[in-house]
Design a protein around this ligand. Structure first.
Ligand SMILES: Nc1ncnc2c1ncn2[C@@H]1O[C@H](COP(=O)(O)OS(=O)(=O)O)[C@@H](OP(=O)(O)O)[C@H]1O
Length: 270
């Protein structure tokens, strides 16, 4: 007989927002040794005052053989969170998934437009609106508005540095969100290794369906017809940013990206 209990998480998927956090959680959830909370809990950023027993009550039931995971992408960028997580459990495993910060920024921008119910299907109007929000006038020069959260959230080095004040590099895994779309099994192999669970999610679990605009879906078991895809809120159409704006963003992020990969001591993913 297996006893099911609610326990505090063994691993937390802390972000980055719009980098494929939902896809990663959905994929790892099919593993029998994982029990994942489905909604975003927002304990360390928003509901901390409700206390640790509340947090535990939000966790899914799990057996002793399961790793408990929750995901809240806000955790990566909220400066209060790292210390709070450390106070809960300094040995917790931290999962970070990152996507090229330029496509991440556009993805977050598109999400803000959907939330405001703007005319989301006019991608040209969206591109113009993105440009208007992106720049600021500094003494006659147009510069990138780096305090815009859409831009700031992608300065990964800044956020990860704050986490590294509390946790050693070995506490983290950095998953490549762009590659999770192209070669999901490669990223799942890394994640299963990091969580020290059997690598049972493999290439045979993934299906590329035409309905899902090239995004992979997962088979609950290899060979099974039962398939899980993300809903239509994921994989939204993006506005086409003009090349000069793209170049400005590329220049802007370049030094931060470089510093980030040096910090985590890995080859650049993008
Ligand atoms: N398999 C699969 N199916 C659908 N979508 C996928 C998948 N893998 C990665 N992605 C990308 O995930 C992007 C959304 O990221 P998040 O889930 O982290 O967003 S959120 O922060 O939780 O709102 C989402 O961004 P948009 O394309 O801008 O919608 C997708 O590009």
């Amino acid at each position: 007989l297996e006893i099911l209990k609610k326990r505090l998480p063994d691993a937390i998927l802390i972000g980055a927002k719009k980098s494929g956090t939902r896809a990663l959680l959905t994929f790892i959830s099919i593993h029998p040794n994982v029990s994942a909370a489905n909604p975003e809990i927002h304990f360390f950023d928003k509901y901390y005052h409700l206390g640790i027993d509340w947090y535990r009550s939000q966790m899914p039931f799990a057996t002793q053989n399961q790793i408990v995971i929750e995901k809240t992408p806000k955790y990566l960028v909220d400066p209060k969170v790292a210390q709070r997580v450390y106070n809960m459990n300094k040995n917790v495993k931290l999962i970070v998934i990152l996507r090229n910060p330029i496509s991440r920024a556009i993805s977050e921008f598109v999400q803000t437009q959907w939330k405001q119910k703007r005319n989301i299907f006019d991608v040209e109007e969206q591109a113009r609106r993105f440009n208007r929000m992106l720049y600021q006038n500094r003494r006659g020069n147009l510069t990138i508005r780096k305090n815009w959260s859409v831009i700031r959230n992608g300065i990964y080095v800044k956020h990860v540095k704050n986490w590294l004040k509390y946790f050693p590099l070995e506490s983290f895994i950095f998953i490549n969100g762009d590659n999770l779309v192209r070669n999901p099994h490669q990223e799942m192999k890394k994640l299963q290794e990091f969580l020290a669970i059997k690598p049972i999610i493999t290439e045979r679990n993934f299906v590329m369906t035409t309905q899902k605009r090239g995004f992979p879906c997962i088979r609950l078991k290899p060979g099974s017809d039962r398939i899980k895809c993300l809903n239509d809120q994921k994989g939204r159409p993006h506005p086409k940013i003009n090349p000069s704006v793209f170049q400005d963003l590329d220049q802007f992020y370049k030094p931060f990206n470089k510093e980030f990969f040096e910090l985590i001591d890995q080859e650049p993913f993008w």
